[in-house]
Design a protein around this ligand. Sequence first.
Ligand SMILES: Cc1cc2nc3c(=O)[nH]c(=O)nc-3n(C[C@H](O)[C@H](O)[C@H](O)COP(=O)(O)OP(=O)(O)OC[C@H]3O[C@@H](n4cnc5c(N)ncnc54)[C@H](O)[C@@H]3O)c2cc1C
Length: 520
Amino acid sequence: MPQPTHSTREQARAEITRGTFDLLVIGGGILGTSVAWMATQAGLRVAMVDAGDFAGATSSASSKLVHGGLRYLQTGNVKLVAENHRERRALAGRVAPHLVNPVPFLVPVYKGGPHGATKMAAGVFLYSALSAFGDGLGRVVSPAHARRLAPGLKTDGLKTVATYHDHQMNDSRMAIMTVRAAVEAGAVALNHARVVGLRTTHGKVTGAELRDGVTGEEFGVDARLVLNATGPWVDHLRRMEDPGAAPSVRLSKGVHLVLRTDHPWHAALTIPVDKYRVSFAIPWEGRLLLGTTDEEYTGDPAEVGVLQQDVDQILGEAGTAIDAAHIAPDRIGYAFAGLRVLPGGTGGTSAAKRETVVTRGRGGMLSIAGGKWTTYRHIGRLVIDRLRKERSVPLAEDMCPTLKTVPLPGLGQPEAVAHRLMVDQEPPTRMDPLVARHLASHYGSVSLDIAELVRSEPALGERIHPDGPDIWAQAVYARDQEWAVTVDDVLRRRTTVTVRGLDTQEVRDRTSALLGKVGG
Ligand SMILES: Cc1cc2nc3c(=O)[nH]c(=O)nc-3n(C[C@H](O)[C@H](O)[C@H](O)COP(=O)(O)OP(=O)(O)OC[C@H]3O[C@@H](n4cnc5c(N)ncnc54)[C@H](O)[C@@H]3O)c2cc1C
């Protein structure tokens, strides 16, 4: 049995109430986690808390792309594309090659569509040039070739197909691996712990009051500096600091649908919808991920959800480039919604810049919101630079230089790990190749610990649902090593059971029993 590498929830709670932290990060989405990871690497004592699960909000509701962002060329944001490409290549090459996978993209150009063939060919060429042609040349391919890669591609009225390369990931698993990296570096992390108020000393924010979502208990944490990384809730926290704080951001809702496919897709489609917007059809986890919408949202972030009109819009937009049989509504197994945080302003949200907003409140709390998943390390570094310059609470004297590239836990070649998983074990515990490949590409070499669980208790090698590759050992590992507390923590974010549409009542009941067994 692998030994627990992380402190238990009780230990984290006890640690959080002990002494004064250099930095308290409120919000355990990917941006908060990135700052916690880097600040810990710089030598600070860091605590990070989240009201729900780590990556339980926007960071598990993205399009799962690690990308330069072809459509930003349309808004003239060439610098952003080049910066995104740099981070994409660093993540795929050095930081997380076990979790980030290449995917070819096809852009179909139809008669009467929003962009012409020449412009699109020039666009993908420029896009690949901004990544120094590191993934080959953006070019044009024949409709017949494109259809072999994307079986549902509509060929009626198709003039040409442009291609380029980007990467994709499983966002919630990548976020959990980043939390693990932060904790291994020395951060204290606690999920299901909501900040319900801020602590102040002489008008300066010096900590927070929290409510434990599991026990209902209230407790506090002291810190020299507090960072608000609560994504769509950023202004809510800013108003805790200053009830008169003006809004700093606006929100835009994005919905995705996950569809079953009859045949594997080997390429994604980027479907131009209008001058600025595109819709994606992306092969992901053996399914087809469709989306996304982009509508200004003014409601309570906790209430964001998928409406019938979102489903109709996504299927309608996909239908301009995909044959109807491939996107029939009965293929939808799961749908989810998230909120983009955009800089305040007017005009349509789809043309708004995807920039990070950093503000400092009158109580000294720093707030950070917006930007891309792809550039999370870059955004983390921006905040670290800001911390070094912070005058009211001098942290720079306690900060060391950080390493430029630190890999995520489990770094390893997925094929090699999958091979080990298959050959290491004797029948009957020898791992099914599908399960082995799934574990290797979601945990890297950490999956050897999961294999160890199966070796000590072979029943844990059973699939959670016969139609998916996740096994019960992952649920045990999630509970004991990955801070999973609720059924959704396990099925939606640590494994792929929910996004595949396989979280039946029986699966949920078994998971609940498994979590309850150790008082989780
Ligand atoms: C539809 C959509 C598609 C996207 N697709 C892509 C993509 O393909 N590629 C890409 O690079 N980027 C993409 N993005 C952008 C990317 O997902 C976001 O930039 C990123 O996830 C933002 O992370 P975050 O940590 O700021 O926010 P969040 O993940 O929302 O984290 C904020 C956290 O704060 C917590 N919180 C709130 N209030 C409190 C409180 N009182 N106490 C404690 N915790 C609290 C919440 O529970 C939440 O977990 C997409 C975004 C959307 C919406």
